[in-house]
Design a protein around this ligand. Structure first.
Ligand SMILES: Nc1ncnc2c1ncn2[C@@H]1O[C@H](COP(=O)(O)OP(=O)(O)OP(=O)(O)O)[C@@H](O)[C@H]1O
Ligand SMILES: [Mg+2]
Length: 234
């Protein structure tokens, strides 16, 4: 579904990603794991067309999407849930969800279908649809950020550290939902520092450090690797 070939990204003179290659097959949950400043967010921003590629190539469903703009990329079904969630705190839960359907606004029935899926996965969003989003708990805001992404009818859902700042019971709930979404057909790319939990729901994982992929493989192999043991002990 997605192929990244030798992707290099610079901020000014400094490289944040160095010849990163990665691929995602339809139906997989793929994890990208690494410490702070490894380049995880940069990779998602580049896939979304927000940060510019210096060298390399990104293809999605056999089409070259390197350096398309964010609007074009969202329209193709690559939907990014940013680090820190970025919901609109003064808008209602429902209005936040509707904003996620912007690219689908002209397609008949898509908004209703999106709301139905978001509310089915997160019944709390339906109960609180008229509440200001800023009054939700952190866990509920993450659910809203995922719900908003679902409104864009993603083919590939990309999440940047969804566990950040959340209480353990919310983290478990979010991860259980991601697994459920995958079992009903969603392809998911998740960037995380919560290593064992993320690998427990993933089909494969990549380890990134200092802008380079250090290792790729099945969760059981990664968990036994020195690279992951080193990261867990940081
Ligand atoms: N807008 C920017 N301008 C300049 N340098 C940046 C910018 N954003 C990130 N960087 C640098 O690029 C490198 C990778 O940062 P990035 O945010 O991608 O890492 P990360 O793995 O997402 O880290 P974290 O776990 O802290 O979220 C870091 O050295 C960072 O300082
Ligand atoms: Mg980050």
């Amino acid at each position: 579904m997605l192929q990244i070939r030798k992707l290099t990204v610079h901020y000014g003179p400094l490289p944040a990603l160095k010849e990163v290659s990665l691929e995602i097959v339809r139906g997989e949950i793929i994890a990208l794991i690494g410490p702070n400043r490894a380049g995880k967010t940069t990779l998602l921003l580049t896939l979304s067309g927000i940060t510019e590629t210096t060298e390399g190539r990104i293809t999605f469903e056999e089409e070259d999407i390197t350096n398309l703009n964010p609007h074009q990329i969202v329209s193709k079904g690559l939907i990014h849930i940013p680090q820190g969630r970025h919901i609109f705190p003064t808008l209602s839960v429902l209005d936040n969800l509707l904003l996620g359907a912007y690219v689908k606004r002209k397609e008949k029935g898509e908004i209703e279908k999106g709301l139905e899926s978001a509310y089915r996965l997160f019944p709390k969003l339906s109960e609180r649809k008229d509440q200001r989003a800023g009054t939700l708990s952190g866990g509920e805001q993450q659910m809203l950020a995922i719900g908003r992404a679902i409104m864009g009818r993603p083919k590939l859902l990309m999440l940047d550290e969804p566990s950040l700042g959340l209480a353990p019971r919310f983290i478990e709930e979010i991860f259980a939902t991601l697994k459920k979404m995958n079992q009903t057909g969603s392809t998911i790319f998740i960037v995380e520092q919560e290593i064992p939990l993320t690998l427990s729901i993933s089909h494969r994982g990549y380890i990134i450090r200092n802008g380079r992929i250090l290792k790729e493989g099945a969760p059981s192999i990664l968990l036994e690797s020195q690279e992951v043991k080193d990261l867990i002990s940081i």
